[in-house]
Design a protein around this ligand. Structure first.
Ligand SMILES: [Zn+2]
Ligand SMILES: [Zn+2]
Length: 533
């Protein structure tokens, strides 16, 4: 999410969310901090979306809950994907305004131009923003595909024209800046699909991102050529296939479509099944197929499963688990780099250079990627002759000011992450995250002690219950010893007449935690409960 502000208002480029990493157990998604926007509520003139991926539109429902009247600009498919999400949130009267590549519109005193780019979702655009300070180009997510599956190659001629006119600043996608060369065309994947469909005898199952309509479309084309019907499973896959068909982005005739409940009525050699789960997500359809718990779909000997995606960093283990489970069931599993069943949707270094050579921006701001990717993009810029002092590698919350043709970094705005836990937005609470992590890794001990309210004397041995801590056999011995430790603690506190609950709990925690960490090198959460009698 990037806010561009000038006299006359603010436009927002994208409103994405992130998925939680392993250090955020129990968190569903991560939102940007809206406090800067709240502070400038009256200035927000429009939200402009580059494409329909979650990391660009996922925060929109949360944003519109607070800024319901702000117009949202996006292409047809982008808005088509956004609409059902808003409906899920009960947002009925969003002001969605459809644009298409090539359009120029005015939003307040900003001039906006939407420029066609190629990406792993159709209808993606870059945005050229005409401001009082000059032209600022936001690449969105892009690659240069000269033979795209649908639509035109990226509109490099517009980039060249803007470059001639003079571009003040370029905010460019850095995802693949460490990767040399060019990213191959999406068509390469279709060729592999054809080879696989040519020889496969049993079922073919293809897992991909549900938003990758081009990929899905290539599966459908291969199915047409080889006389297979198309089954669809996984909630988001079913939904996106439906949206893409309705909006005309996917040519899948009804007579080829097989509901997931009916797949077993079709001979294995006559069907291909599209599924979610390319990231090894535990609840996704492919993971359930791999685990043998999918309601209707199984995979076994003779079947071919294509993982048509690469794991997003952090998902490698889940994907690997899925591949192993499928192989144990006897299925053949195809994935990159062993087979060309996936290509990236983000420009590699030579494409980034091409764009820089056309736009010739005075300032380069690498965006979208980890810090190391931004740095590499910056180096590419230096290699292209952009002065180092004209390249700004920013972090969330950083602010740049353009004045009289010059850029400088000014004081940052609040930009913490907001974590969404079961639908409610919470401030980032490190202590809660730490506690969840401790619970999942170290387990928990509950101590229930009954004591005499007057004297603080222990009435009978305390109860100790443990969860998620070492294996049950070893646990029994530990629990017995723990009872001894707590008994000693409470006898000691009673003899020094401690009756304050807080003090008692502190003493129990300290002694028990010392004992357990010495015995097991673990530090479980210890929850002392004191019952006064
Ligand atoms: Zn993205
Ligand atoms: Zn994207």
């Amino acid at each position: 999410m990037t806010a561009v502000r000038q006299e006359g208002g603010i436009v927002l480029i994208d409103a994405g969310m992130a998925f939680p990493d392993e250090e955020m157990p129990g968190i569903d998604l991560v939102l940007p901090d809206f406090s800067y926007l709240r502070d400038h509520r009256d200035e927000l003139r429009g939200i402009v979306l580059t494409h329909g991926h979650e990391d660009h539109v996922g925060a929109l429902p949360y944003l519109l809950r607070e800024f319901a009247d702000v117009p949202v600009y996006g292409t047809r498919l982008t808005l088509g994907l956004v609409r059902p999400k808003l409906a899920e949130f009960g947002i009925k009267r969003a002001d969605l305004r459809e644009v298409k590549a090539g359009d120029t519109i005015d939003v307040s005193n900003f001039g906006l131009e939407f420029i066609n780019v190629n990406h792993s979702i159709p209808d993606a655009v870059a945005i050229a923003l005409r401001t009082a300070a000059g032209i600022v180009v936001f690449s969105g997510d892009y690659k240069v595909d000269l033979t795209p599956i649908e639509g035109a190659p990226m509109d490099l001629s517009r980039y060249a024209a803007l470059g001639e006119e003079g571009v003040l600043a370029y905010f460019g996608d850095s995802t693949n800046s460490e990767r040399p060369g060019y990213v191959p065309s999406e068509r390469v994947v279709g060729e592999t699909f054809n080879e696989v469909f040519e020889t496969a005898q049993g079922r073919i199952i293809v897992a991909s991102f549900a938003s990758h309509i081009h990929r899905i479309s290539q599966v459908v084309e291969a199915a047409k050529q080889h006389g297979r019907l198309v089954g669809v499973t996984g909630r988001s896959m079913i939904r996106n296939v439906q949206i893409a068909r309705e909006l005309g982005y996917l040519d899948l005739p009804q007579e080829m479509y097989v509901d997931q409940r009916d797949v077993n009525q079709i001979p294995d050699s006559d069907i291909v099944i599209l599924t979610t789960g390319s990231q090894g997500e535990p609840m996704a359809a492919l993971s359930r197929i791999a685990a043998g718990t999918h309601r209707t779909i199984e995979a076994g000997p003779g079947d071919v499963v294509i993982i048509s995606a690469t794991p997003v960093p952090g998902n490698e283990r889940g994907v690997s688990r899925t591949i192993n489970s499928l192989m144990k069931r006897g299925a053949e599993v195809l994935y990159t780099p062993l087979r060309a069943v996936h290509v990236s949707g983000h420009a590699a270094r030579e494409e980034q250079k091409l764009v820089l050579s056309l736009l010739k921006p005075r300032y380069l701001v690498p965006v979208h990627g980890e810090f190391r990717h931004l740095r590499h993009h910056a180096e590419t810029g230096v290699g292209m002759g952009i002065p180092r002092e004209n390249i700004f590698v920013l972090e969330n919350g950083d602010r740049m000011e353009f004045r009289d043709g010059k850029a400088r970094k000014i004081e940052p705005v609040p930009a913490g992450m907001f974590l969404v836990d079961a639908g409610t937005v919470a401030d980032t609470s490190e202590s809660i995250m730490r506690e969840r992590q401790q619970l999942s890794e170290e387990g928990m001990f509950i101590v229930v002690a009954r004591i005499n309210a007057q004297t603080g004397d222990l009435l009978g041995p305390p109860d100790v219950i443990s969860r998620g801590f070492v294996d049950p056999q070893a646990q029994n011995g530990l629990v017995d010893e723990s009872i001894g430790v707590v008994t000693n603690t409470l006898q000691r506190t009673a003899s020094s007449h401690v009756t304050d609950w807080g003090e008692l709990k502190k003493a129990i925690r300290k002694d028990l935690s010392g004992f357990l960490s010495q015995k097991t090198r673990k530090r479980p959460i210890i929850l002392p409960l004191i019952v006064e009698v």
